[in-house]
Design a protein around this ligand. Sequence first.
Ligand SMILES: C[S@@+](CC[C@H](N)C(=O)[O-])C[C@H]1O[C@@H](n2cnc3c(N)ncnc32)[C@H](O)[C@@H]1O
Length: 255
Amino acid sequence: MSNARISPTTADDLAAANLLYRDPGLHDHLQGAATRDADVVHHAIDTWAPHAASLLDAGCGTGTLVAALSDRLTGLGIDLQPQLITHARAAHPGCDFEVDELCTLDLRCTFDVITCLGNVLAYLHEPDELHAATAAMSRHAHPGTIVVINTLITPPPEVPASTSLVATPRGPAQVTVQNRWDDDTRLATMTRRWAFTDGRTETDIVHRRVHDLNALTTALASNGFQVRAAFDTLPTTRNPPRGPSAFVIAQRPQR
Ligand SMILES: C[S@@+](CC[C@H](N)C(=O)[O-])C[C@H]1O[C@@H](n2cnc3c(N)ncnc32)[C@H](O)[C@@H]1O
């Protein structure tokens, strides 16, 4: 169930901008298992919510995290892009997936763990959307619920375009990547050109917002969460995190 949509980014925008969203099989081939993210979620559960049993994965993509955690948590993954949900359902038939939008999500139930990993929040380009997303997390939280977020917090370095050879199911592809940063909009733009051996080319133009860490923790606090930790990677040696992306773990306090 959803309220009126406020996000200007549509599923069609996302798919048009990124070959990996148009070809979920290629996405899984290149991204592999969600091991690092699953390790962080296990760490958060062990530390703050040892009895957790249910999971909402917001922006689940192809569903790899829900599947990776399915031994421990009964999970629901939601994502804006229908073709990713179709792929997730086929790849992980024991798990639940639905097409839905994070900011307006209203499932009328709560979860012990809410994850929002892999830069989902970076696709929310308007400052108001950070508040809307954390309010949606709040609607699906009860006392003790933990939220685990990973998103960009510093601009990617502006380095010259780089090209590498990438193995794909259709043979090797030459992939050229260039990043640009716009300080006014706080949007990092990645231009990525794929050149396949059969002569086919594809160009991605992916805009991701770099959220200020303080803005994120403020939005979480104003929606009733207490920030428990913020770090770059496990083990949590660097505090505060330096980026480019950071994990933030927050919790709705026990009453
Ligand atoms: C980089 S992918 C990460 C997917 C997955 N969480 C992972 O780590 O593999 C970002 C995902 O966020 C989804 N997304 C972006 N904006 C969204 C929104 N407003 N509501 C729901 N999903 C959204 C995209 O469709 C995409 O699947």
